[in-house]
Design a protein around this ligand. Structure first.
Ligand SMILES: [Zn+2]
Length: 188
């Protein structure tokens, strides 16, 4: 009991320290870029759907996260107080909620993001910006129905995955829009 009490106290102390260390993000570039810790896979995916440049890998260790953040001037997204109290950590957002919707809202709020960078313009696996491809070139890659019904396709230059608008695009857009507007009715 004593142990868990002192652990809780230590965690609270770290949170307090992190909050006082956080600086307002006025100097954030027009398009903030991120690197996210291993606990934030879902948040990373949603931010990529919205078009943000987010480095994420479940193999990044703490040293790599801090180094990437500093070297590439990326905002470190983390729920890990032990990581964020490190002196080397400069630009960061401490995600206090476990709820991915609250997390997205917090990121958009703290980076003063009004407009999304570009819905479904980035590979959700690699984070690469997708390139337009001629419809003809994906004939053998996508399902016949998709080929018949879609006119525009994009491809990831790294993993070669082909993307098209599809019916889920509107649902995704609605969910993100609802998040930006502060509503949490939509599910994700
Ligand atoms: Zn890819």
């Amino acid at each position: 009991m004593g142990n868990s009490d002192s652990r809780r106290r230590a965690a609270r102390a770290r949170q307090h320290l992190i909050r006082s260390k956080a600086v307002p993000m006025e100097d954030v570039a027009v398009r903030p870029r991120f690197v996210a810790d291993v606990m934030l896979g879902r948040l990373s995916k949603w931010l990529r759907i919205a078009g943000f440049d987010v480095l994420y890998s479940n193999t990044f260790d703490d040293d790599e996260l801090v180094a990437l953040s500093r070297r590439e001037n990326r905002i470190l997204l983390s729920r890990d107080t032990r990581l964020l109290v490190r002196k080397a950590v400069r630009r960061f957002i401490f995600l206090e909620s476990e709820d991915v919707r609250a997390q997205i809202q917090q990121v958009l709020r703290e980076t003063h993001t009004g407009d999304l960078p570009g819905l479904l313009t980035r590979c959700l696996t690699c984070n690469e910006v997708l390139s337009d491809v001629e419809r003809e070139t994906v004939r053998d890659t996508v399902p016949p129905f998709v080929y018949r019904t879609q006119s525009r396709f994009k491809r990831c230059p790294r993993c070669c995955k082909v993307y098209w608008a599809g019916t889920h695009r509107q649902a995704v857009l609605r969910t993100l829009q609802a998040l930006i507007n502060g509503s949490t009715e939509e599910t994700c």
